[in-house]
Design a protein. Structure first.
Length: 212
């Protein structure tokens, strides 16, 4: 794996060695230049020159060793990559499986909640519609007291089939009951003659929910 501290230490070490090499090379040139001027007839190096050459060789050897160790570190690092990729892949797969499991559990809970609430809505709508049919009650629009007393029930305005066998009734449905129809995706009836078909659809819907 990438190690910034290790990289920085290597760079510092290389810079220090290169600085020493440059320093010894500069001194060696000075010594050789002075030696040439002093005794142009001899090619024998002085003790100081020998010492500088020895120091230079030591620094070059040190630099080679440092670079060799660095190369080995890179090999080890790249050798670890396949194993690291494999481990990361396993971790990703495990997280994905965890996520899918949580999602399935949430969906199951939501489905259970929808089923429970939907069946409850069906039961309440069946009860409310049966109350309208047994017996059918007529409500005059101007009768505010009666409206207030029965605000939580479905009410009927005009008796059905008053003229020419036409269903002239109108169902007044409280908002709370209308929301139950919307919850189970059943069309809201508006006349007494629509109650029986609506009851059949509600019973069918309840059967679907109970089998989920």
């Amino acid at each position: 794996m990438h190690n910034p501290a290790q990289d920085e230490a290597y760079e510092r070490q290389v810079r220090a060695i290169q600085s020493n090499i440059a320093k010894y090379q500069s001194k060696l040139k000075e010594v050789q230049s002075a030696q040439t001027k002093k005794n142009a007839t001899t090619s024998k190096p002085s003790k100081k020159e020998d010492e500088l050459v020895r120091l230079l060789n030591t620094e070059f050897a040190h630099l080679r060793q440092v670079r060799l160790e660095r190369s080995q570190q890179y090999k080890e690092r790249f050798g670890e990559l396949p194993a690291l990729r494999k481990e990361r892949q396993k971790q990703i797969q495990a997280r994905q499986q965890e996520f899918e499991k949580e999602l399935e559990e949430k969906e199951a809970k939501q489905k259970q909640k929808v089923t429970y609430n939907g069946m409850g809505a069906c039961d309440e709508l069946l009860r409310q519609l049966q109350l309208v049919l047994e017996p059918v009650e007529q409500l005059e629009i101007q009768d505010q007291d009666q409206q207030k007393e029965k605000h939580d029930r479905i009410q009927v305005v005009n008796a059905p089939y008053e003229e020419d066998n036409e269903d002239s009734s109108v169902l007044i449905i409280p908002l709370s009951i209308m929301e139950l129809f919307w919850d189970i995706s059943i069309q809201v009836p508006v006349r007494v003659s629509e109650i029986e078909p609506t009851l059949a659809r509600i019973r069918e819907r309840r059967g679907e929910l109970s089998s989920m």
